[in-house]
Design a protein around this ligand. Structure first.
Ligand SMILES: [Zn+2]
Length: 555
């Protein structure tokens, strides 16, 4: 026999009263496929009895009221959810659930149906919230989209398996509507474990198609076709067809889902903190939210922070597996899996890189200065990070093949200026560090200098400055280092001072004289020197141009 998959129930709400105006409370007309014969006919590709081939009419919209029943306020502009209601939130009620169906099965079927509709690349999507937080059974007019079971109210009649009950506002409220806005939908199911699981899944997916705005299709293979045969599982599809996806895109517009990129495998050393990284792109540039979950191996505590997740690798060597999901603002989903194998033979690089090089950049680093750290033979890549000085958390890191990095965050002065001015710069420098990395992870970052740069095109000024304190309190060791490299333009005079915020030019530690293009000059205080003060200042001058002063806090 065939059962009706569902039946549409609908009413119009009036925005004037702010409450539901039930134009009709009991829509009763069902389209029930005639038993056996119809099912058989369909199965054998027979034509309808009058010999007229059923021309594709496409899928009707919910508000077309194609199944008869309520005909008031039907047809015309199709009802749909407005963007402020998207993703459409749904929750489940367990009241009157048949005993043959578990609560978890019910939630799973509903969630899977929402995820199926979220793959249709339309600018609409579902967010399944789990069991409803309030109430115990589905109710009309509570502005909650509920999926539950029929009870003594007996709204699912005849052989129907379920019903989708929707309400909407007409826009404008008077006259012929040019648009229709859904307000609330409830899905009421009247079968449980009495039909095969795939058919129950099909019924739920079909009803959620109504909730998005679909009526019924006259194509037997469509999810929105309105009957199924529980004895023929091929009549129980759980996915929207290509045609149905296309129609949904017409109703809501196209919106494709995000695409995740991850490293599919990673090697970790037991006992170390492991960082998993994902990135995602979205064709429409929608904001992406990430979700991390461990799906295999010894359970670890995953600390997720957006596109990154960290955990401490366990001591046993069983491989771990993690799944990351990315969702756009319509909850369109992409997921990826990262396998982590544990390897005691791979260790982190033994030593962190130490600062080793400051010069004008060449090759791909040309245009600014190049900062280099010692290379580590056990490193396969390096992590170069910069940070606002004396702050935590604003670190920006890039992975690179070599231990030399370009310094390209100059302060650019766009004004012309006067030749006899003295400009003081106290911001614009960044802390630098570099870590050595291999399959096991990265070392702690080796500390580098503070670096800044100045470009003042109207005076042909382009130089980078360096300032660094290297203190080892336990050994009573202090170094203070200042440096400059002239990137382009005529030679300039540079002088390096140490001092305090109140008196930054307290003591000159080095006069560089004129520094030509690509020239580098350092000033250094060693542990045997005094005056390892809090600030390092680099003064730059040339006749006929402004004098600049970079005051950099180093301690
Ligand atoms: Zn239906």
């Amino acid at each position: 026999m065939s059962l009706a998959r569902g039946h549409l129930d609908r009413w119009l709400r009036t925005p004037l009263a702010g409450v539901a105006l039930a134009l009709a409370l009991s829509a009763t007309t069902l389209i029930v496929f005639a038993p056996t014969a119809a099912a058989d006919d369909r199965g054998h590709g027979a034509r309808p009895i009058d010999g007229v081939h059923s021309v594709t009419q496409g899928i009707q919209y919910f508000t077309d009221c194609d199944d008869g029943g309520i005909t008031t306020d039907c047809g015309g502009a199709p009802g749909h959810w407005f963007s402020s209601s998207i993703p459409v939130q749904l929750c489940t009620h367990q009241f009157a659930r048949p005993a043959s169906l578990t609560a978890e099965q019910f939630r799973t079927y509903v969630e899977d149906a929402t995820e199926m509709w979220n793959t249709t690349e339309s600018a609409v999507g579902y967010e399944y919230l789990g069991d409803c937080a309030s109430g115990f059974r589905w109710e009309d007019d509570n502005n909650v989209n509920e999926v539950g079971f029929d009870d003594s109210r007996d709204v699912v009649t005849g052989s129907a398996a379920a019903i989708a009950r929707g309400s909407w506002f007409d826009i404008p409220f008077f006259g012929i509507p040019s648009d229709r806005r859904f307000v609330e939908f409830d899905v009421v199911i009247d079968v449980g474990g009495s039909i095969p699981e795939v058919c129950l899944r099909s019924v739920i997916a079909h009803e959620l198609g109504h909730v998005l705005g679909f009526g019924h299709s006259d194509q037997t293979t469509d999810l929105m076709f309105n009957s199924f045969d529980p004895d023929d599982l091929s009549t129980c599809p759980t996915d929207a067809t290509t045609a149905e996806q296309g129609l949904l895109q017409e109703l809501y517009g196209v919106n494709a889902g995000p695409t995740l990129q991850v490293a599919a495998t990673q090697v970790a050393v037991p006992g170390t903190t492991v960082t998993l990284l994902a990135s995602a792109t979205d064709p429409e540039g929608d904001p992406i939210t990430f979700d991390w979950e461990q799906t295999g191996g010894t359970e670890v505590t995953v600390l997720a922070n957006g596109a990154a997740a960290t955990f401490v690798a366990p001591d046993d060597l069983a491989p771990l597996e993690f799944t990351v999901s990315a969702r756009d603002s319509y909850r369109h989903l992409d997921t990826a899996t990262i396998g982590v194998t544990l390897d005691t033979s791979t260790g982190l690089p033994v030593l962190q890189p130490s600062f080793a090089l400051f010069q004008a950049g060449t090759g791909s680093l040309a245009g600014g200065s190049a900062l280099g750290w010692s290379t580590r033979p056990d490193a396969s890549s390096y992590l170069f990070c910069t940070n606002a000085p004396f702050t935590d958390g604003s670190e920006t890191c890039t992975s690179q093949a070599s231990s030399t990095a370009a310094m390209d965050w100059d302060t650019v002065v766009g004004t012309i200026g006067e030749p006899d001015v003295r400009r003081v710069f106290t911001t614009g420098t960044r802390e630098t560090s570099m870590a050595a990395c291999n399959a096991a992870g990265c070392t702690v970052g080796g500390v580098g200098p503070l670096i800044g740069g100045l470009r003042w095109p109207s005076w042909e000024m382009d130089f980078d400055v360096l300032a660094m304190a290297f203190d080892v309190p336990s050994a009573n060791i202090k170094f203070t280092i200042g440096g400059v490299t002239n990137i382009e333009g005529p030679a300039r005079r540079f002088e390096i001072y140490v001092g305090t915020a109140a008196d930054p030019l307290q003591k000159r530690i080095h006069s560089c004289g004129n520094v030509a293009v690509n020239g580098v000059c350092f000033g250094l205080l060693t542990p045997s020197d005094q005056d390892h003060l809090t600030h390092l200042t680099i003064v730059s001058s040339r006749n006929g141009t402004p004098t600049t002063e970079h005051q950099i806090r180093i301690r």
